[in-house]
Design a protein. Sequence first.
Lengths: 299, 357
Amino acid sequence: MATKTILNKEHINKIELDQLDRKERYTLFGLTVPYLALVLGLIIIPIGWLFYMSFIGRDETLSLENYERIWNSKAYFRIFKTTFQISILTTLICVLLGYPLTYFMSQLSNRWANICLIGVLIPFWTSLLVRTYAWLVLLQKKGLINSLAIDWGLWSEPIKFVHNTSGTLIGMVHIMLPFLILPLYANMRTIDKDCLKAAANLGATPTRAFWTVFFPLSLPGLFAGLLIVFVLCLGFYVTPALLGGGKVIMAAMKISDNIELYFSWGAASALGVVLLVVTMIILFIASKLVSIDQLGNRS
Amino acid sequence: MSDALNISIENVTKTYGNFFALKDVSLEVNSGEFLTLLGPSGSGKTTLLMVLAGFTRPDYGSVKFGTEEVVLKPPHLRDIGMVFQNYALFPHMNVEQNVGYPQKLRGVSKKDIKDTVNEALKTVKLDGLGHRGVAELSGGQRQRVALARAIVFQPKILLMDEPLSALDKKLREEMQIELRQLHDSLNMTTVYVTHDQKEALTMSDRIAVINGGGLMQLGTPNEIYQNPNNAFIADFIGESSLLSVKVSKKNVYLGNVKILVDHSVKKDGDFLLVVRPEKLFLTNGKTDNCNTFTGTVIESIYQGESQLIMIKLDPNTHGDQILRMRIPNGTSSMEELPSLGASVTVGLKKSDSFLVE
């Protein structure tokens, strides 16, 4: 009854109020215009162009030859295999090193946690190239580590740390760790400490409380960090190029070779497209897995 | 069902740097009792509860459950239920999994877990909501889940840390009664922490008033309300006006008016007369065994169930002090309420007059 009377009444100020609503919406939309323009100019158009280029063959006509070559060539298969191997290994090592560290940080008082966080961030803010070369200096045959170890008699022959897979992994793990730690840390800080107290109070040993309460609650942060690291690894260039010494060839390096050595923009574009598509498929599957996992916990 | 356990707390002290969170607290909680630790925030009441739960290690002192010393035991071996202030429900588990968690840890069979969980949910009136996610529950329902989780394994001791503070007033008052009834039906010793004096008076068998890390007074709600043993408690529990009085040669003077008190006063000096607003009555003149105060009405506020009247006492005879008086709604006095600015005489029985330091 009450609503009916209101509806039958004259709508005082209705037009003016609607106008205000609309004005606010337009203002909000206006704020996004610069960014949308940037996305269109720097992402959508170039990627469209990339797609187009990947279908241009040697004789400047439309063809599928770039993709056929990727599909048929064993070399390309090997490159993708290496790319995924290195990426998976790097991600795995990052998780094994990063998770315990982040857990430790999340249990510290704010002050000490911030100090640790700065320790994580400082290398993150330093130039990638500088850090990669620094590893080269440390790890090469006559580098700091080998010469010290030989002086101290730890081993007699220099160990080959760089210009191979181990060098690539060491460098990449070092570069990627903050990308795992930061989202994981943000997540772990939000886990209610009282939940762990409750678990203990209800009879859980510290280990049991960790695995049944803390770990499941940290999974969203872990997945976020893990995905960022993995995806960044897939397209990584500088570190594997320098520390792999040409022996570890990942997709990004092949793309660069195609352009710099063979001037084959079509082949490079096709490789880029394949990498992009594969990455998106992985992201899609991962998002499904994570949401299914969460559903499983709820039901 | 097993018997509830008594708790003996002896000389428990906890310092943080120079700050005494708990100062030599000794306290006996009888088996099956509902005891409330009442105090303002920062008083140490939560610290004491955390010592009982095992989350805070005291510097020294003893905590016994029954005859067993537990002060060195880690929390997960203490086998006591606890309801946390923010409930601390596990967000990745549904209601059933939350409540079943302690049972699962105890290696109870799947079927028994299901049965005990259902029974616990029924006890807290949440039957049928077992498959809900925690995020889908209202504040009151979460509170009930936390309670079910704390009682499902039939602990002999139940600790509660301000469990009702996040609920709105009406729900809180309902839950106070319900928690008390639950306690009576479950045969557990309950230690309940709150800063809400009315909640403490409503629910407790006994109240331990804590302030500044020390135990100020221990007694039944009636004892604490009627005979607070210092000014802090008189002020903190219930409503009261504290009037400065002087004692000389065993006589009590408010300004230059002699006051009758219920108990003898042994030493001279400055004291406070505790006046509960609801104990005052309007009167025309002197009555036997009563104190009378004269003054002017400076405020008269309608508060629903009662009328609050502020009386500025006659500065010539009583000294410059303000008295609060409450007249319950519906009593005959309501029709003859004094108007603003009117001078009134109010009486207070000798038996309701007492001093604190």
